[in-house]
Ligand binder design. Structure first.
Ligand code: ATP
Ligand code: MG
Length: 568
């Protein structure tokens, strides 16, 4: 393709709302164009990359026996009402009506649709297993669309769903999809980790996320410095934590502790390590159909509440903060709450670290008072893991240290079981002639987000650096001086030869200064550049590697073999 014929509106202007490299460079290099909040057009270069990513995804999935389908984007609300998600999903779900007043949604994900497709077409175990996928638009009315393609409202997702006659077979496919996803992200040239994710009620390894490691990632991942263990902070576990400092031995008593409403103040007041203090956190838990209740969470003062774990521990949809006034209304004293003196009817969850713990100090649920000598040995309560793993904690698998890193979620696989097939009445006849609900798995890849993730991981201060498999073109030929007939002739000749050999080549034949064209080359991020400049009179040209910008002078006769050896 000749640059003079291609729409590449590169610009020096950084968009106002852009902070991430991927957002800035994808717009400045003319890959995408903002349309509205979280909405983008793909320009020719962006579409080429999007197709490349998509093709890799499809190739690997097809090889793994998955079948491509394409489902409607506009979805009758009845499907969502049947599964119960029409009311549950929240404001991300865009609901609308047609002229006849029928309700619809724009699909943010397609479990309901796919279950219905299979329900109508599969009646017997003989047709199983089945793995169907699509690469299609999704719409989520995100509360904070930002970072360009990273968190759009309209975005391209590959979503796949598998159907099985048994849980074992679903788990086999889940493991197979994990391997398939690893192949996909490796081919894309990404440095990624597979992490244990929060799987809500399913628990265990029922859910895994594929995280591209990048400083700008929105997700915190816990990784082991030695072994392969990696988990999303919401699902991370660690070896039992102990405290080297001696415990404060005391008999049970109530103490006057004026103005000590924080763990820090309390630790100073008693000269006690926060490990021996109990932090009691109050939250309002929100449930279906507008139900809510106040829940207390008790943990060691040295720990932090992990909200997703805490939320799952009470089966809520969400936890929200609660004001001191609301606490007072139900008899809770902010800053001095106690896990043992709790007003009637208020649920409390204890962190597992507190099970059988002794020599503790906690609030007395009375202003300015704390209790010392608390002994929870044999104390019956609802104990669950509700704390966040911290940096420096110990790995359960190898006893080495855990640390935090940041990641971008580009894929997610999930063991669904019969969560959707049962409410949607999606059944088949099993080999004993009995009716049974499909066992299901679901597998997503953020296709458009991958463009942003690649650039987050592969850029410098000048622009994009595409990986070999995802670059819009393999090579850019840059004519240094368009008025130099010899340069133009050679460039055109090389361009033709490479095109015939099937190389995706771009020819920068614009009547622009050399410096200007090089700046665009750096911004656009094509992996290889061939600069045909004034040294041509000595039979020499230059090859530039975009990654690192190293240059090599070669003779004209070597151009084709040199390029052919580098582009594949
Ligand atoms: P996130 O936690 O980032 O909001 P999610 O867990 O809600 O994502 P899934 O439902 O697992 O997303 O969707 C599958 C994949 O789709 C994600 O792994 C992610 O790569 C991509 N994705 C999700 N939301 C967006 C978005 N708003 N913009 C672009 N890609 C997205
Ligand atoms: Mg996810």
């Amino acid at each position: 393709m000749r640059v003079t014929q291609l729409l590449i509106p590169t610009t020096k202007e950084t968009p106002n709302d852009a902070t991430l490299a991927s957002h800035i460079f994808l717009i400045r290099a003319g890959y995408i164009q903002g349309v509205g909040s979280g909405l983008y057009n793909y320009l020719p270069l962006g579409k080429r990359v999007l197709d490349k990513v998509q093709n890799i995804v499809k190739e690997e999935l097809n090889r793994a026996n998955c079948q491509e389908v394409s489902l409607g984007f506009v979805t009758p609300a009845s499907y969502w009402q049947e599964s119960g998600r029409f009311d549950k999903y929240g404001k991300e779900l865009l609901r609308f009506k047609d002229r006849k007043n029928n309700d619809f949604v724009l699909g943010p994900t397609h479990e309901e649709m796919m279950v219905n497709l299979v329900k109508q077409s599969v009646k017997s175990y003989k047709a199983l297993p089945l793995n169907l996928y699509q690469v299609n638009l999704k719409f989520r009315d995100e509360i904070r669309p930002r970072f360009g393609l990273m968190r759009g409202r309209e975005f391209l997702m590959k979503d796949g769903y598998s159907f099985h006659a048994s849980k074992e077979d679903m788990q086999r496919e889940f493991a197979y999809m994990e391997e398939t996803y690893k192949k996909i992200f490796t081919r894309l040239g990404l440095d990624f980790r597979v992490v244990e994710a929060d799987s809500g009620a399913i628990g265990g390894s029922g859910s895994k996320e594929f995280m591209v490691l990048a400083e700008s990632g929105e997700d915190t991942i816990v990784v082991c410095e030695e072994c392969e263990y990696a988990a999303n902070i919401e699902a991370a576990i660690r070896a039992e934590k102990i405290c080297e400092v001696e415990p404060p031995e005391a008999v049970y008593a109530k103490f006057y502790t004026p103005n000590t409403t924080t763990i820090d103040a309390l630790s100073k007041f008693f000269h006690v390590d926060p490990f021996y203090l109990i932090k009691t956190v109050a939250k309002k838990a929100l449930f279906d159909e507008g139900e809510s209740k106040i829940v207390l969470f008790a943990l060691r003062g040295s720990e932090e509440l992990q909200e997703v774990k805490a939320c799952n521990s009470v089966g809520a949809n969400e936890l929200v903060d609660i004001s001191e006034e609301e606490l007072a209304e139900v008899g809770l004293v902010a800053g001095y709450m106690s896990p043992t003196i709790v007003p009637e009817g208020i649920e409390i969850v204890f962190d597992t670290m507190l099970q059988d713990a002794t020599n503790l100090i906690c609030g007395a649920n009375e202003v300015d008072y704390h209790l010392v000598g608390i002994d929870l040995k044999g104390y019956e309560a609802n104990y669950q893991d509700i704390v966040a793993v911290q940096e420096g904690d110990t790995c359960v698998h190898c006893a080495n240290k855990l640390r935090y890193t940041k990641g971008i979620e580009v894929g997610h696989i999930f063991q669904l079981g019969t969560q959707y097939s049962t409410p949607l009445g999606a059944n088949f006849l099993n080999e004993h002639g009995k009716t049974q609900a499909f066992e299901m798995g679901t597998y997503g890849i953020g296709v458009s987000r991958i463009l942003a993730a690649i650039i987050e991981q592969h850029h410098d201060d000048k622009g994009c650096i595409w990986t070999k498999e995802t670059a819009p073109f393999a090579l850019s030929i840059i004519i240094s001086n368009i008025k130099d007939q010899a340069q133009v002739e050679l460039a055109n000749k090389i361009y033709q030869v490479l095109k015939e050999k099937g190389v995706e080549v771009l020819l920068d034949d614009r009547k622009e200064r050399f410096g200007f064209k090089m700046k665009d080359f750096e911004l656009i991020g094509i992996p290889l550049g061939l600069v045909i400049g004034k040294n041509l009179k000595d039979g020499l040209v230059e090859i530039v590697q975009r990654d690192g910008l190293s240059k090599e002078t070669i003779s004209v006769e070597d151009i084709i073999p040199k390029i052919m050896s580098q582009v594949w």
